[in-house]
Structure formats: C-alpha cells, structure tokens
Design a binder for this molecule. Structure first.
Ligand SMILES: *Cc1c(COP(=O)(O)O)cnc(C)c1O
Length: 368
C-alpha cells in the first residue's frame, strides 16, 4: 500500500484488535466483511456473524432482545418507528382476505394504518368499543375470518386500561392472535405477554427512548411470529438505523428510574387537579388527562403554561401538554370526537421528571 488514495481508504479499517468497551458501541456500518468464503458460508449456517445492516445489525438486535427481556417474551425485533413495528406485527399474522379486529380508541396512526393501508391490501378491519367486551366477542362470532385482535394496554387520551386477561380467554376460544400496544404503560407498569398476548409492540419513540430524540419501534413475542415479523421488516425495508437503536438502548437504561419519578409526579398532578377539572388518571403510568371547566379560556390556559410546552407527543423527561382535539384526534369527524368525548377543553399532560413543586406551581399559575 503506497499511494495516498489507497492509504486514506484502508488505514482506519486495517487493525483488528480485541477492544472491550464498557457499553456497546454503535455499529454504524451498512455491511460486514468476511475474510474467506468459509466464513461467509458460516453466516448462512447461523454462526451469529452479520452480513448486511438491513437484514440484521448488532445494535438493532440488542434493542429487540432488551425489550423482549423486559417484556418477558422470547424474542424481539426493532423497527424504524412504532408504526413499522405495528405493521410488521400485523403482517406477521394476517394476509389478504383475513380480517383484523381493533379497539376503536387505538392511537390515531394505528387507526389510519388499519383503515387506509390494510384495506388497500385486501385486509378487512372491524373496529369495536372494547370497553364492552361482548362487542368484541360478537364480531369474533360473526366473522370467523378475524385472525388478529389489536388493542392497547392504556389508551389515549382517556387512559382506559385494557382487560388483557379477557382478550386472552377470547383468543383461546376463537383461535385468534392478540397484539397489544404497550407504549403508554411500558413494561415497568404492565407486561401483556405474560397475560396471554402473542405480540407486544412499542413506539420506542416514547418512554423506552424517553428523551424525545429518537423515532423507533420494537415488537416482541413468540419466536415463530417474530420470525415472520422480522421477514416483513427486512423485505419491506422497515429496519431501524444502528444509531437510533443505540440511542433507544441508552434511554432504556433509565426506564425504571424515569417511570418511578414520572408516575409519582403524575399521581401528584392528578391529585392537585381534582378540584379544578375533570381528571382521568388510572393510577398507573405517567399521563394525566383533564377537561377544563366550561368557563375556562382554553387558549389562554395553554399559553399560560410557561416552561410546560405544548407538544403533540408524550413521554419525554420534560412535562408537556398536548391538545387532542387539534392534533391526535383532529382527523376525526365532529360526531366521532363527540362519541369518544374529545372536546376543545380536553388537555393531555405527560408528566416529566422535574421537581413536583415546580410543576404544580406552573399549573396553578395557568389555572389562575
Ligand atoms: C406514538 C405512538 C405510536 C406510533 O409510534 P411512532 O414511533 O410515532 O411511529 C403507536 N402507538 C402509540 C400508543 C403511540 O403513542
């Protein structure tokens, strides 16, 4: 190697040493190299080496495995967003001609995915009010084509807690699979896999990542289903980038600490709001929703929150508020909004890790 051209390309990759970093480094490489055809053959025999980042990467594998461990499931796969993890989970179970049964209060993005994209693929979707589980059972009786039930452990914005035990019974009786979105609860609060869900999915953009600096998703569950889901992630190019996986793993290290503090703050905020507004807080998780009194100037309330910012997401370390009427539920018709109770006075608050005195002081100012 004598020319500057060759030296500049190859010098940094030549030395192979054993380095033991304290934390897993970012394998920011789109592909992996082999020193012989035997070694290449070894990859296909499953010796644990890597070939190409879209098909597998150490950082994304580590993220899938970490969330699987936290959720008590055998395997996991990371994806480029919560939505792609949800899509991979659905397509692991259903194909054209099959039906899906979903809770009518699922996350807006999930609603659009089911309604707009799956219907185009020839998959029929039924929505039901899961607060009445007889509705769910009736659809399973009427439509034996249903292969998958989709719901969330804690829903948005009214924080209904799903009865996963009952869904697990229905699942056995009617031979369907159950996928639960555990984004709002996190495995700190609920582990739906242990209660009988076949697949558990996360928008890791929220509490798992926890710092509002990454968009990622993870799906965990039975080995065979995660194998199928992984094929969808690879074939449809829904893989997560190594750096985003690395950031998500870094966030997960403090998940329990954050959830402990954020849940305690949420409880204190719910108590504080009790005599000021109608409050929804199920005693779990770190989201509090409330309805301002009819006399309130809603727009003034939002602009009087100082350092509590208006942000159409949740789960960061900062306390934030969102406006479901104008964001997450904006696309619903007036009747649909009224049916689920999302009006102009509903506020969804995501409790952060700040000192509770400061949060309550700021809220008190806005109420004044
Ligand atoms: C945010 C969110 C999603 C979608 O996740 P992205 O990472 O934005 O794709 C899905 N489900 C729930 C409950 C969410 O809050």
């Amino acid at each position: 190697m004598s020319t500057i051209e060759t030296k500049s390309v190859h010098t940094a990759t030549m030395e192979e040493r054993i380095i033991r970093p304290k934390v897993m480094p970012v394998y920011q490489s789109s592909a992996f190299s082999f020193s012989s055809l035997e070694e290449l053959e070894g990859y296909y025999e499953g010796n644990g080496t890597y070939l190409y980042t879209r098909t597998a990467n150490p950082n994304t594998d580590a993220l899938g495995q970490t969330v699987a461990v936290l959720e008590g499931a055998p395997r996991g796969v990371a994806a480029s967003s919560g939505m792609s993890a949800i899509l991979a989970g659905i397509l692991a179970v259903v194909r054209s001609g099959d039906h899906v049964l979903a809770a009518e209060d699922v996350y807006g993005g999930t609603f659009h995915l089911l309604k707009e994209e799956l219907e185009r693929l020839g998959i029929t979707v039924h929505f039901a009010d899961f607060a009445q589980l007889s509705n769910v059972e009736q659809i399973l009786i009427d439509y034996p084509e249903v292969k998958l039930i989709v719901s969330e452990s804690i829903t948005n914005p009214f924080l209904r807690i799903e009865d996963i035990d009952v869904l697990a019974q229905l699942k056995k009786h009617y031979g369907v699979k159950v996928m639960i979105d555990n984004t709002f609860a996190t495995p700190y609060t609920f582990t739906p896999y242990g209660q009988g869900a076949d697949l558990v999915v996360h928008s890791a953009t929220k509490y798992l990542g926890g710092h509002s600096d990454v968009t990622s998703g993870v799906l965990v569950g039975d080995e065979a289903l995660i194998d199928e889901a992984t094929k969808r992630v690879v074939n449809l190019g829904m893989n997560l980038s190594p750096f985003e996986a690395w950031l998500t793993i870094r966030g997960i290290k403090t998940l329990a600490l954050r959830m402990e503090k954020q849940t305690a703050n949420a409880q204190a905020i719910a108590d504080f709001l009790q005599d000021k507004a109608r409050v929804w807080y199920p005693g779990k998780g770190a989201i509090v929703s409330f309805e301002l009194p009819e006399s309130a100037d809603v727009s003034k309330f939002f602009s009087s929150l100082g350092w509590i910012k208006i942000v159409p997401t949740l789960a960061g370390v900062e306390t934030t508020v969102s406006y479901p009427f104008g964001t997450s539920h904006r696309a619903l018709s007036a009747e649909e909004k009224q049916k689920i109770g999302v009006n102009e006075r509903i506020v969804r608050l995501s409790a952060g890790i700040e000192g509770i005195e400061d949060i309550l002081e700021q809220l008190a100012l806005a109420f004044d």
